[in-house]
Ligand binder design. Structure first.
Ligand SMILES: Cc1ncc(COP(=O)(O)O)c(C=O)c1O
Length: 368
């Protein structure tokens, strides 16, 4: 097994070594790492809901689901949550998945296969990339957020294929920017395609759905993937679309069929968390605006990338921030092309947290 040792050594030499860090406290604004209290600016718990745990949910439903949905793991509360999620996303239906990764893998590979075409944004999430690969469809990558390049590819290739899927993150997970969904919406009509939108970092942040930003509502050619493990504060994911789409996925989607159902207690907690979303979304939106002003950037999402020149600089800056009481890990290749600190603002932060981070960040950026 020499090759494993060699590979790890190579990774270390390139400052790309990854290590698991243990949190000694639950997810939240303040976390403890290595016995040190830190203000957490790295989580996707955008609305600060991850710590919520209503004993009623766990007493009523227990911790496990015991089977896949199609065997005997389908509980009333799953259905209640699916209906509520469809309502907020303005689709006819939704279907729960165990994770967003599995939702993207399963939905993409159910919708297209050999002889089909996928057009995928160059900065799409790894789970989308893997879903595209798994589908065995031909994949063409369009330049990040470029509807023009997408149309060029559609013009050139669409007629050679049976079905066509356009797939994009709505809020990009590492940059926080937003896909031109209005243009993508038109292109899917013009070129007879389905549009799959991954709302993982949009749900509960930019609104209930990213389409709201463009005054659009989903139609029968739109599928939206949402996750429960980010702003909604629990775990799992869902795909939104028509009733027909739901029925099709229940019958065809392997990552839905062949896996243990999301625990019903988690579905119950998610329903409770949903009630808190509007107020918290409002607070988050204010903090995002304020933090943007402090950094001199504009963002509609809660993700603020702080790009640096090298992997080494990213690691050094992250360490320096930790010493000053902030938790902002470095994100490096292959997750991103250019290393960065990925800062996320949550509804639980205080204005003072934002002011102190922006000051310390400027100081550290000068010295690293
Ligand atoms: C854009 C995007 N899609 C999908 C996922 C996967 O979701 P999950 O963490 O629920 O597997 C993530 C994050 O992890 C993501 O950032």
């Amino acid at each position: 097994m020499e090759w494993i040792i060699r590979t790890l050594e190579e990774i270390k030499a390139r400052d790309l070594y990854r290590e698991l860090v243990e949190l000694e406290t639950p997810q939240g604004r303040l976390i403890s790492v290595d016995g040190k209290k830190l203000i957490n600016f790295s989580s996707n718990d955008y609305l600060g809901l991850a710590k919520e745990a209503d004993p009623e949910c766990f007493e009523k439903w227990g911790a496990g689901s015991g089977a896949s949905r199609l065997i005997c793991g389908n509980f009333k509360v799953h259905r209640e949550l699916e209906r509520r999620l469809a309502e907020v996303k303005k689709t006819e239906e939704s279907l729960l998945f165990s994770t967003g990764y599995m939702a993207n893998l399963g939905v993409i590979s159910s919708l297209v296969g050999r002889g089909d075409l996928i057009l995928s944004d160059s900065l799409n999430h790894a789970s989308i990339i893997d879903g595209c690969r798994l589908s065995r469809a031909d994949v063409k990558i369009y330049e990040h957020c470029s509807a023009d390049h997408l149309e060029e590819l559609l013009k050139k290739h669409r007629r050679d294929y049976r079905r066509c899927l356009i797939v994009t993150d709505s809020v990009f997970s590492m940059d926080g920017d937003i896909a031109p969904l209005d243009k993508l919406f038109e292109l899917k009509e013009k070129y007879d395609a389905v549009l799959l939108i991954d709302d993982a970092h949009a749900t509960g942040v930019v609104g209930w759905s990213s389409l709201e930003l463009f005054g659009l509502e989903p139609d029968e050619r739109t599928v939206i993937i949402g996750t429960l493990g980010k702003a909604l504060g629990t775990f799992g994911a869902f795909a939104c679309g028509t009733s027909l789409m739901r029925e099709y996925l229940i019958n065809r989607c392997r990552s839905f069929i062949y896996t243990t159902a999301l625990p019903p207690s988690i579905a119950c907690q998610t329903l409770k968390n949903l009630e808190k979303v509007p107020d918290r979304m409002e607070r988050l939106s204010k903090l995002v605006k304020d933090f943007g002003k402090m950094l001199g950037v504009e963002s509609r999402s809660a993700i603020f990338p702080f790009l640096v020149d090298s992997e080494e600089a990213a690691v050094l800056m992250s360490k320096a921030l930790k010493e000053r009481g902030f938790w902002v890990p470095a994100v490096r290749p292959p997750t991103v092309k250019q290393s960065r600190l990925r800062i996320t603002v949550t509804a639980n932060h205080t204005e003072e947290d934002l002011v102190s981070l922006s000051k310390v960040l400027t100081e550290i950026a000068r010295s690293c």
